[in-house]
Design a protein around this ligand. Structure first.
Ligand code: 2B7
Length: 648
C-alpha cells in the first residue's frame, strides 16, 4: 500500500493529526494504560450498541501479531453516506474526532463519547485498522493506515481501502482489528490479565452483556456473563466474608434520562465498602450519587425501625454510619453530561445525581420493605445497626481513653520512635521497620535530619477482622497513629500529617509480606487518603550482594541476578540477604534508605474493587479462598496489586 500512496491521496485529517501530535491529551499516557485505553474505546462503542438493546456478545481477541480484534453482534455501524459529512458512517466514526456528536444520539440514551474520545483516536494511533460490518444482508470492509506522507510526517488513520461490499451475511454486527502503532507506544503487548479484569467488571455492570476474551498468544480464554449484574458483583466482593443474608437487595430504577442500579449486602465485618460507577466508569472518590444512596438507606431504614417499633420512642435514630458497618454496596448510574471532580477526577459532581439516586433508592427500598418476605433481612440489618450504634458509643469511649492513654504513653512512644530533627514536613520521612534489630540499624544509618524510624516489634493487629475499639487498643497501631499525627477514620486530617513519605520496610519473605499487608490494610481501612494522596511507599531492600575484591553490587530481584554476576566477571561471590537485620547500618542506608540510590514503590489504589477483593481475601477468614487467591496470583507479593507505580 505504501508505494501507491501519493501526495494527492493525503487527506489532512486535522483531528487525527492532532491526536498523533499529542496522544497524551487524548489517552492520558502512551504507557500501558494508554495502550489499553485505545482498546477500550472500541469496546465502549460495542457496549453502547448492546446496552441499547442490539446484540448480546462482545469478543475481544488478542492476536499473535500484536493486534487486537473486537467483535459485536449489534446492528453494524451504518454504511450509508452521512448526509452532511458526505462519507459513510464507518468512515465518519473512524476518522472524525468525537464522532458520537455527529451521530443521531437519539439512537443511544447515554452515549456519544461518554467514555472519552472514540474510535477515531484508536485509528489515529494504530499502524492499521480494519473494520468489517455485517448489515443489510451484506458484509462491508474498510481499511485505514497511518502513513508517512511526502512531508515526512506520519498521518494517522488514512483510508487505504474505501468501504466496499465483500460478501453476503445473514447476521449483523461490527468487527474491528487494529495494531497499536509502535511509533507511538513503543514495544508493548496487551495484557490478558488486565483486559480480563476490566471485562469481568463490565460484565457485572451490564447484565445483558456477554464478554469473551481470547488470548491467542498464551492460548487462554475467559467468558464473563452475570445474569445478576451488580448483585453478582456484590456477592463476588464479599466472597470469603460471612454474609448476614444470602441475596443482595437489588434495585433497578429509571427516571427520564437517568438510570440507577444498586446492590446491598451485609457481612459480619465492621467495615464499609462502596463501589460506585457512572456510565461504567469507576468513581473511586465517590460523589453525589453515593451520597444520595447513603441518605436513602439511612432514611428508609430509620423510618422502618421507627414505624415497626424496633426503635423505642425514647431511643434516638440510628446514624448513617450505623447502617454502614459491615455494608458492601455497589452503585451504578447511567446519565448524561457527567461532571467529574476531585484529585483524580473520579468523583461525581452533578448535584442532580444525588437527588435522583436518593429518590429512586428510597422508592426501591420501600418496595423491598413492603414485601413480607423481606422481613428477616430487614431485621438482620436493624440488629446490625443496633450493634454498630452500641459499638459507636464504646468506640467513642475507647477513643477518649486512647487519647488520654496516648498522652500518658508519649514517653513510652518517644522511646520507640526515633524522630527526625528537622520539622520540615515536606521532606520528612517515616520508616516503619520490621523488627528491632533492623530498626536499630535504621536508626543508626539514617539521615536523622529528615528520616524518622519506627521499629515494629511484633505483628500489628489485622485491622480487617477487628472493630475500631480493638484496632485502637493495639499498641503497634496506636504508635503508628500517634507518630503520623493525623488522627484516624472520620477524624483523619491529612493536613496534620507529620511526614510526607511513610515508608514500610519489611523483609523480603512471607512474614515481611504479611506485615506489609497488615499495615496496608490498616491504612486502606482507616487512613485511605494517606494512600490516595500518594504518601505511602514500600522500601525495596536488596536480595543479594554480588562482590569480589574491590567490587560490589546490590541486586534487588532474582531476575537481575544473572546480569549482575555476568557483569562482575570471574571469581565473584554472592551474599543472600534473608532479612533487613543482616545489613549493618551503613549498608541499610546505602541500599534501602538513601534517597539518591534507593527504590521506593508507591502504593496506589487505581482499582478499588480489586484492592477490596484482595484485602478481603488475604486478610479475611476464609482460608481456602486465601490459598486459592495466592496460588492464582503466583505469590503473596500480589499484595502488590496495590503497587503499580515504580518510583525512586
Ligand atoms: C456513536 C457512534 C460511535 N454505531 C451506530 C450503530 C451501531 C453501531 C455503532 C457499533 C466496536 C467493535 C466491534 C445505530 C455509534 C456508531 O451508529 S458502533 N455498532 N459497534 C462497534 O463500534 N463495535 C447503529 C443505529 C442504527 N444502526 C446502527
Amino acid at each position: 500500500m505504501t508505494s501507491k500512496y501519493e501526495a494527492k491521496d493525503i487527506v489532512v485529517l486535522e483531528g487525527l493529526d492532532a491526536v498523533r501530535l499529542r496522544p497524551g491529551m487524548y489517552i492520558g499516557t502512551t504507557g500501558p494504560k494508554g495502550f489499553h485505553h485505545i482498546l477500550w474505546e472500541i469496546v465502549d462503542n460495542a457496549i453502547d450498541e448492546i446496552s441499547s438493546g442490539f446484540g448480546s456478545t462482545i469478543t475481544i481477541t488478542l492476536n499473535t501479531d500484536g493486534s487486537a480484534t473486537v467483535e459485536d453482534d449489534g446492528r453494524g455501524i451504518p454504511v450509508d453516506i452521512h448526509p452532511t459529512m458526505k462519507k459513510s458512517g464507518v468512515e465518519v466514526v473512524y476518522t472524525t474526532l468525537h464522532a458520537g456528536g455527529k451521530f443521531n444520539t437519539s439512537n443511544y440514551k447515554f452515549s456519544g463519547g461518554l467514555h472519552g474520545v472514540g474510535a477515531s483516536v484508536t485509528n489515529a494511533l494504530s499502524e492499521w485498522c480494519d473494520v468489517t460490518v455485517s448489515r443489510n444482508g451484506k458484509v462491508y470492509n474498510m481499511r485505514f493506515e497511518s502513513l508517512e506522507g511526502p512531508d515526512g510526517k506520519v498521518h494517522g488513520g488514512q483510508v487505504v481501502k474505501p468501504l466496499s461490499e465483500v460478501g453476503k451475511s445473514k447476521t449483523t454486527g461490527t468487527k474491528v482489528t487494529f495494531l497499536p502503532d509502535e511509533r507511538i507506544f513503543g514495544k508493548q503487548q496487551f495484557s490478558f490479565e488486565a483486559i480480563s479484569k476490566r471485562a469481568r467488571e463490565l460484565a457485572f455492570l451490564n447484565k445483558n452483556l456477554k464478554i469473551k476474551v481470547i488470548d491467542n498468544i498464551s492460548s487462554s480464554e475467559e467468558t464473563f456473563h452475570f445474569e445478576g449484574g451488580i448483585a453478582d458483583f456484590a456477592k463476588y466482593l464479599v466472597e470469603g466474608k460471612t454474609k448476614l443474608y444470602d441475596q443482595p437487595i437489588y434495585i433497578e430504577k429509571e427516571d427520564d434520562d437517568f438510570k440507577m442500579e444498586l446492590a446491598l449486602i451485609y457481612t459480619d465485618s465492621y467495615t464499609e465498602s462502596c463501589f460506585s460507577y457512572v456510565n461504567n466508569i469507576p468513581t473511586t472518590e465517590g460523589g453525589t450519587h453515593e451520597t444520595g444512596a447513603k441518605s436513602a438507606i439511612t432514611k428508609v431504614f430509620n423510618d422502618y425501625a421507627r414505624s415497626s417499633g424496633f426503635l423505642k420512642e425514647k431511643e434516638a435514630n440510628f446514624l448513617g454510619e450505623d447502617f454502614r458497618e459491615g455494608m458492601t454496596i455497589v452503585l451504578s448510574v447511567k446519565m448524561n453530561n457527567v461532571q467529574f471532580e476531585g484529585q483524580t477526577k473520579t468523583k461525581l459532581g452533578n448535584p442532580e445525581a444525588r437527588v435522583k439516586v436518593e429518590s429512586l433508592a428510597v422508592k426501591g427500598f420501600q418496595e423491598f420493605l413492603a414485601n413480607k418476605k423481606s422481613s428477616s433481612v430487614v431485621n438482620v440489618i436493624l440488629e446490625k445497626a443496633r450493634g454498630a450504634a452500641k459499638t459507636r458509643e464504646a468506640a467513642r469511649r475507647a477513643k477518649e481513653l486512647s487519647r488520654a492513654k496516648n498522652s500518658a504513653d508519649n514517653f513510652n512512644l518517644v522511646g520507640k520512635l526515633a524522630a527526625s530533627s528537622s520539622k520540615n514536613r515536606e521532606k520528612a520521612e517515616l520508616f516503619i521497620v520490621e523488627g528491632d534489630s533492623a530498626g536499630g540499624s535504621a536508626k543508626q544509618g539514617r539521615d536523622r535530619s529528615f528520616q524518622a524510624i519506627l521499629p515494629l516489634r511484633g505483628k500489628p493487629l489485622n485491622a480487617e477482622k477487628k472493630r475500631i475499639d480493638q484496632v485502637l487498643g493495639n499498641e503497634e497501631i496506636r504508635t503508628i497513629i500517634s507518630a503520623l499525627e493525623t488522627g484516624i477514620g472520620e477524624d483523619f486530617d491529612i493536613s496534620s500529617l507529620r511526614y510526607n513519605k511513610v515508608i514500610i520496610l519489611s523483609d523480603a519473605d512471607q512474614d515481611g509480606a504479611h506485615i506489609r499487608a497488615i499495615l496496608l490494610t490498616f491504612f486502606y481501612r482507616y487512613m485511605r487518603e494517606l494512600i490516595n494522596d500518594g504518601h505511602v511507599f514500600i522500601g525495596l531492600p536488596p536480595l543479594y550482594k554480588v562482590y569480589k575484591k574491590g567490587y560490589e553490587e546490590y541486586v534487588y530481584s532474582d531476575a537481575e541476578l544473572p546480569a549482575a554476576t555476568a557483569k562482575a566477571g570471574k571469581g565473584y561471590m554472592i551474599q543472600r540477604y534473608k532479612g533487613l537485620g543482616e545489613m549493618n547500618p551503613d549498608q541499610l542506608f546505602e541500599t534501602t534508605m538513601d534517597p539518591e540510590k534507593r527504590t521506593l514503590i508507591q502504593v496506589t489504589i487505581d482499582d478499588a474493587a480489586e484492592a477490596e477483593k484482595m484485602v478481603v481475601t488475604l486478610m479475611g477468614d476464609d482460608i481456602e479462598a486465601r490459598k486459592d487467591y495466592i496460588s492464582k496470583h503466583a505469590n503473596f507479593d500480589r499484595v502488590d496489586a496495590f503497587l503499580n507505580e515504580y518510583k525512586s
